[in-house]
Structures are given as structure tokens and as C-alpha cells.
Design a protein around this ligand. Structure first.
Ligand SMILES: O=P(O)(O)OC[C@H]1O[C@H](OP(=O)(O)OP(=O)(O)O)[C@H](O)[C@@H]1O
Ligand SMILES: NC(=O)CC[C@H](N)C(=O)O
Ligand SMILES: [Mg+2]
Length: 507
């Protein structure tokens, strides 16, 4: 679920890009990068790691210039190699730096086309490098010695026709400006903001509005699904709808888990949607478990806290913090590899025994995906002396792989795949287990903006809105990206031999 930022400023932008990336760090913990443009030169720093570890003072000094883009990566295609960290770069036409959040579903077909039609070489297995080369090829076809807004809109229109899947993109074209666009379904989010300075207007795009807040940009609006935004290096804004049939269908998992609660996506407060999820799930618990003897509601930090508090309010039960989160450990779900995810749960969360001893507890999480967290947390609650442990999930059962930028390529890894609720409860050792209904989840989010008719809900119902995902496709990604394929260390080592950058991004 990577995060992207881009700024066209009047003064150096590196610090704002850095600060913007730190507040969307929750979208990707594997790699980070910033590319700026100064006097007709790109400056790049990217590497594996968190934002605070990748950029040191010496890198920040090198990232001069008033225009630039940044990325935090959560790999959902290709490998975790630093060669696939973003931004990516191509030298023609003009020189383009590029960052992408999402996942293409027709990357396989495009790969061949890029070589056959454009004679372009892709040096990684990243779908984002592919997308950059398609964009570059189309720009090459239309632009002369400079780029106009018309060129950009023509190019994005063509790109929409060629590629399928989820993409929110920002690209900086040297000597010209920054272009940003969102796929015609608007699966991944993208917000536009403005900052007034004495020297004039500065513009920023970012995956989440919270990144704009953090660096003093005022949220203007979401980039519409299918729309392209072009900001010239002088700060003129041009926008146009470039998709023939845009249908707003944002990914519902952004609201369940990915986005920060203080962000607004497509006019919806992520926080308010989570409170609604809590209310609706609380009502379901009251309806279906009226005879249950719950003493206390306890959240599983961090994302479920807003939901759990509302469940407690709805059920008129006490809400207590039974687990303490180690603030130096990030999100476990977006870590690569099941071994690392499993180990991290206990390092990340520790129980306060007194909150469990002799009590019947209702544990609340935003979602149960592989069951890594819930299984271990229930064990911890019992070790701490809980009498009974009930479990509630603010999202419905996740039974289908994700192909749009969440790393769940294989149904077999999902604990709810092929299982009924009581079988899942047995596996995680819960005394009772309840999931939100899909209609309630959708309505909880829609309550905040009922003009949105549809959400991307494939992980719950197997309905892939881009219309190009069939069983064959799912089997292919299962083989290429499933847990087994990632356990092949040779592949990783071989690929890191190809860590080549034509701009210095190292120390
Ligand atoms: O069933 P699983 O495969 O364990 O996945 C679901 C869990 O992973 C996420 O937490 P995470 O630790 O990533 O982040 P958080 O601190 O934001 O809750 C999510 O909030 C659930 O707790
Ligand atoms: N989660 C994402 O947005 C990832 C972007 C891209 N598919 C990558 O793997 O680098
Ligand atoms: Mg969690």
C-alpha cells in the first residue's frame, strides 16, 4: 500500500517531502526514497528501511531543489530489493522521476508490449518501473522540446487505456513540472493541497490528506478517479478528467486498516468511518450475543482502538487498555514474510495482566487476515488469567486475495479461506468470534459520503472491479508471490545483484 508525495514549491522542498513521508510511513515500511530536481539535475536518495533511517543529514543536503517527489514502499509486486525502491527514473524523454501506489493487473502483458512496441528495457520485476516506461513512451510520442498540459492529458488518457489495476501516481518531469493521476476507479487515494507563500502558491499531492496537514499545506480536494493534475514548475495548476468512464470505487480496506484515522479520503473521515464500524458491530453483538457475559472491551493496538471504544459505548461496557504497544515496532501486517510477522506480534504487544485476570474479555481488532495477531493475542489474554476470551472483527471474513496493492496474493494464507466462523474460532482459540457484515461495513463508510455508490471490496466478496481478474490470474499470482515463492533466498540474492541505479542513490 505504498505512500506517495510530490511538491512544486518556491523554495527547497526536501524537508517537506521528508516530513510528509514520515506521516504516511504506515503505508510502507520496506523502503523510502526522495528525488528532487535542481538546475536541470535529478538528486536521488532511496534505500531499504524506514524514512528516519534512510535519510541522514548528508542526503538531505544533497536533495536540493524546489520540486520533487517521494515514496514509502510496501512491496506488492516484484521483490523487496533496494533496486525496486522508488522513485524510479528514466532519462528519456526529458528525464522523469516516478512514484506509484497500487498494483497493475495486466503487468504480464505489458512487459512484452513495452519491449515490442517501445523497445524499452525494464531492469526489475517491479510493475511500477513498467508503468513509468509506458508513461515515458507515450510522452515521447506526443511531446516536442517542451511539455504542455495538453500533452500530459493526452498521455494520461492513453495510459488509462493501456493499463489495468490500481494506481495513484506522481511523476516529476525535468524542466517541466509534476504530473499526478489516479486510476479510473480511484482504488488508491490521492489528495491535492496548496500552500501560500510570499513567493507565490506551492502545490502538493499526497496519498493521504494527513501528509498535507503535516507540512502546512491546505487540503484542496481529492484527485478524482481518472483525473490528471499537472503543475508546471512555475506553479500553474492544470487538471482534466482523462478516463472515459470513471467510477469512484475506493478500496474499503483503506478505511478498515491502511489509512491514518486523521486522514480524509474521497470526502470521508477515516476516523468517523471507524466509529461507525464500531457502532454497527456493537449493535450486531448486542443482537446476536445478548446472553453473553462480557466484562470488558479491550482493543488490539493500534488500528482497532477507535472501533473498540465505540463498541464499548454501544454495549455500555467498560473500555480498557489491556495491551501496551511498543512504539518502536511498526505494523506487523505489512512486514514481509510470515516468520517475521509472527515474531513481531509479541515484541510489539504486551498484556497488562490485571486487566484480564478473572474477566470475560471482548478483544476487538479491525480485521483478521492471516490470523497471526488474533491467535497470539488470545493466547496472551489467557496467559494473563482471562476467564473467557471473545473476539470481534470490524471487517468481515477475508476470503479472497488482493490484487490492487495489498500483499495478500494467496487465498491459502487467509485464515477465513474455506472455513466457517466456528472453524476460525477454533483455530485462534476464541470462546466466541463475530465479524462485521459486509453491508454494515460498506454503510459505515458510506454514512460519511453517500454519493459514493461503490467500494472496492474484493477481499470480502471476490468481486474484482477492474473486470480482468479471473481464476487463472489468481493462480498465477499465488505461484509467483505466495509465501512459498518468497522463501526462496536465492531469488532475492540474485536480484539484489541487479541493484543498479543510474543516479547515485547511495551513501
Ligand atoms: O490477521 P493478521 O494477519 O495478523 O492481520 C491483521 C492484523 O494486522 C494489522 O495490525 P498491524 O500490527 O499491522 O498494525 P496496527 O498497529 O496499525 O494495528 C491489523 O490491524 C490486525 O491487527
Ligand atoms: N503497495 C504498493 O503500492 C506497491 C507499489 C508497487 N506495486 C511495488 O510493489 O513497489
Ligand atoms: Mg493491528
Amino acid at each position: 500500500m505504498c505512500g506517495i508525495v510530490g511538491i512544486v514549491g518556491k523554495t527547497p522542498v526536501a524537508q517537506s517531502l521528508y516530513d510528509g513521508l514520515t506521516v504516511i510511513q504506515h503505508r510502507g515500511q520496506d523502503a523510502a526514497g526522495i528525488m528532487t530536481i535542481d538546475q536541470n539535475m535529478f538528486n536521488l536518495r532511496k534505500a531499504n528501511g524506514l524514512v528516519r533511517d534512510v535519510f541522514h543529514t548528508r542526503h538531505m543536503k544533497r536533495l536540493s531543489g524546489n520540486m520533487g517527489i517521494g515514496h514509502v514502499r510496501y512491496p506488492t509486486a516484484g521483490t523487496s530489493s533496494s533496486a525496486e525502491a522508488q522513485p524510479f527514473y528514466v532519462n528519456s524523454p526529458f528525464g522523469i522521476a516516478f512514484a506509484h501506489n497500487g498494483n497493475l493487473t495486466n503487468a504480464h502483458d505489458l512487459q512484452e508490449e513495452v519491449f515490442r512496441i517501445a523497445r524499452r528495457h525494464i531492469n526489475t520485476t517491479s510493475d511500477s518501473e513498467l508503468l513509468l516506461n509506458i508513461l515515458a513512451h507515450e510522452l515521447q510520442q506526443v511531446a516536442g522540446l517542451s511539455v504542455t498540459a495538453e500533452h500530459i492529458f493526452e498521455v494520461v488518457t492513453k495510459v488509462h487505456k493501456k493499463i489495468r489495476g490500481a494506481y495513484a501516481v506522481v511523476a516529476a518531469i525535468i524542466g517541466q513540472g509534476i504530473v499526478a493521476f489516479r486510476d479510473p476507479h480511484g482504488i488508491r487515494p490521492l489528495a491535492l493541497g496548496k500552500r501560500m507563500t510570499e513567493l507565490g502558491e506551492e502545490w502538493m499531492v499526497a496519498s493521504e490528506s494527513v501528509a498535507l496537514d503535516a507540512v502546512g499545506f491546505q487540503f484542496i480536494r481529492d484527485v478524482s478517479p481518472g483525473e490528471a493534475v499537472y503543475i508546471t514548475e512555475n506553479g500553474e495548476l492544470h487538471t482534466r478528467q482523462c478516463a472515459e468512464n470513471p467510477i469512484t470505487s475506493p478500496c474499503i480496506f483503506e478505511f478498515v486498516y491502511f489509512a491514518r484515522p486523521d486522514s480524509f479520503i474521497d470526502g470521508i473521515s477515516v476516523y468517523a468511518s471507524r466509529v461507525n464500524m464500531g457502532r454497527r458491530l456493537g449493535e450486531k453483538i448486542a443482537r446476536e450475543w445478548s446472553d453473553l457475559d462480557i466484562d470488558v472491551v479491550i482493543p488490539i493496538p493500534e488500528t482497532s482502538m477507535d472501533v473498540a471504544l465505540q463498541i464499548a459505548n454501544t454495549l455500555e461496557l467498560p473500555y480498557r487498555q489491556g495491551f501496551v504497544k511498543n512504539r518502536y515496532i511498526g505494523r506487523t501486517f505489512i512486514m514481509p514474510g510470515q516468520t517475521m510477522r509472527k515474531k513481531s506480534v509479541r515484541r510489539k504487544l504486551n498484556a497488562i495482566s490485571s486487566e484480564f485476570k478473572g474477566k470475560n474479555v471482548l478483544l476487538v481488532d479491525d480485521s483478521i487476515v492471516r490470523g497471526t495477531t488474533s491467535g497470539q493475542i488470545i493466547e496472551m489474554a489467557r496467559e494473563s488469567g482471562a476467564k473467557k476470551v471473545y473476539f470481534a472483527s470490524a471487517a468481515p471474513e477475508i476470503r479472497f486475495p488482493n490484487v490492487y496493492g495489498i500483499d495478500m496474493p494467496s487465498a491459502n494464507e487467509l485464515i477465513a479461506y474455506g472455513r466457517e466462523i466456528d472453524q476460525i474460532a477454533d483455530l485462534i482459540q476464541a470462546d466466541g468470534l463475530i465479524f462485521q457484515d459486509i453491508t454494515d461495513l460498506v454503510e459505515a463508510v458510506r454514512e460519511e459520503n453517500d454519493s459514493i455508490q461503490r467500494f472496492e471490496t474484493s477481499v470480502f466478496d471476490g468481486n474484482y472491479i477492474t473486470g480482468d481478474v479471473d481464476q487463472d490470474y489468481l493462480e498465477r499470482i499465488d505461484i509467483s508471490r505466495g509465501e512459498k515463492s518468497r522463501e526462496a533466498p536465492i531469488l532475492q540474492a540474485e536480484l539484489s545483484n541487479l541493484d543498479m541505479h543510474n543516479i547515485d542513490s547511495n551513501d
